[in-house]
Design a protein around this ligand. Structure first.
Ligand SMILES: [Fe+2]
Length: 439
């Protein structure tokens, strides 16, 4: 059977496929209840391969050590389901092989498997959405753009999921600095899929990168009814809104947004913690007090010292630990990552060895006499996430270089930033320092 997103399944259970479609629709629009819909699909057909596979990917993408076991269980269930009933489809086979690679910590290899199948099924939405997410997390923006660019010419506006595919392409274009094209595809995404929060988010990133501060605030305020219905992605959209207010010199407004919409509840999802820690750290760098807001984040950072699932997550936990001077927990995190690098298994161990550990030492302040701040800045994309998210680390590196009076490094870091974005207030502040001290 086919689902309405051009996925092909060996099951003949229409109720199971209908539940699976609801799950894919929720994933596409970043809405809640995808997990419940997947459970329903499996309840209708326990051998529903794609439902098991999607459960596995969903667990992995939460980036936490305690979900690696459930993800591996889902991969085993998906593999077992492949051998039951009717002959599996090639897309099902690809989903299972990709999940097995991802469970082994090889997200990029998983994306390669999905994209190999997309060459034959370019309209299979789920394969594309998963490869997009995997490359995003693995820090491969060029690969993310190559994947969407390869399929977009094949898509028609009437194919199921077209708007969301254009939204993914818009985001990949934005991360590559192709802002006009990103806007064009973002607008097209929203025209076809008015609930496409990811497409809206791509255009919001363009606002951030080009310094369209008041226009960006107006866009997010005007689309609140869309993104406030998202799952925890709504917290990330609110984070973007707060960044724009911060740039406008409205730190108090940013703090109100933090309390009401970025961190309304103390969740333990690394993406939520990243939004929170990143904004508080930026406020700290800007000299704005945040009272006791770090406290609950510090507790999470302490609980996650030994969780080396994701470099990007750990670096944000370290922001919280460092902000509070929690040196022993910060050192324990560094030690856990040193062990992971030494064991050398998976993409994240490589990323930590290439850049993550060096950056972690800078955040913690245990980086020796003369770290290569600019080199870390250039290698930073490998930690994953977006240019806007990684900017908190570029700002940190710039501050450290300034404190060390390493003016050449500071100039190089600002040059890295300038390749991505407009000359914002941080650039103006720091750039003036460089000119003053070099002159
Ligand atoms: Fe974002």
């Amino acid at each position: 059977m086919h689902d309405r997103f051009q996925g092909s399944h060996s099951t003949e259970d229409a109720a199971a496929v209908a539940a699976f479609e609801r799950a894919v629709a929720a994933v596409a629009a970043h809405r809640p209840l995808a997990g419940a819909a997947l459970d329903e699909a499996v309840a209708h057909d326990p051998a529903f391969v794609a439902a098991h596979a999607l459960k596995g990917f969903a667990a992995l993408m939460l980036g936490r050590v305690e979900l690696l076991g459930p993800a591996a269980d889902a991969a085993r269930a998906a593999r077992a389901a492949l051998g039951q009933g009717a002959a599996p489809t090639r897309a099902e086979d690809a989903l299972v092989r990709a999940l097995e690679a991802a469970v082994a910590g090889r997200f990029l290899a998983a994306a390669v498997v999905l994209e190999a199948r997309l060459r034959f099924e370019p309209l299979n939405f789920l394969l594309l959405k998963l490869s997009h997410a995997l490359r995003f997390m693995a820090g491969d923006a060029p690969g993310m753009l190559a994947a969407t660019a390869a399929v977009v010419p094949e898509w028609r506006p009437d194919a199921g999921g077209a708007g969301y595919v254009y939204g993914c392409h818009a985001f990949a274009l934005e991360e590559a600095g192709q802002f006009r094209a990103a806007e064009r595809f973002g607008d097209l995404a929203l025209a076809l899929a008015p609930d496409d929060a990811w497409g809206l988010h791509a255009v919001s990133h363009v606002d951030e990168m080009e310094g369209r501060v008041s226009e960006g605030i107006a866009r997010l305020e005007g689309t609140r009814s869309l993104w406030s219905r998202c799952n925890n992605f709504q917290f990330h959209m609110a984070w973007h809104l707060a960044l724009l207010h911060l740039e406008a010199g409205e730190g108090e407004t940013a703090l109100h947004i933090y309390d009401d919409e970025i961190r309304p509840q103390p969740t333990d999802d690394y993406r939520d913690v990243a939004n929170a820690a990143s904004l508080l750290w930026r406020l700290k760098l800007a000299g704005i007090g945040v009272a006791g807001r770090w406290d609950e984040l510090i507790e999470i950072g302490k609980r996650r010292t030994h969780d080396t699932t994701l470099v990007f997550a750990s670096l944000h936990y370290l922001l919280a630990l460092s902000a509070a001077g929690e040196r022993s927990a910060a050192r324990a995190t560094l030690e856990a990552w040193r062990d992971t690098v030494a064991q050398g298994a998976g993409d994240q161990a490589r990323t930590a060895g290439d850049v993550g550990l060096d950056l972690a030492r800078v955040i913690v302040g245990e980086d020796g006499r003369r770290p290569d701040y600019a080199g870390i800045a250039r290698r930073l994309p490998a930690i994953g996430g977006s240019n806007a998210q990684r900017d908190v680390f570029l700002q940190t590196l710039a501050h450290r270089a300034r404190d060390a009076e390493d003016w050449r490094a500071l100039g190089d870091i600002l040059a890295v930033r300038r390749q991505q974005r407009w000359a914002d207030s941080f650039e103006r502040r720091m750039g003036a320092t460089v000119q003053h001290c070099v002159a």
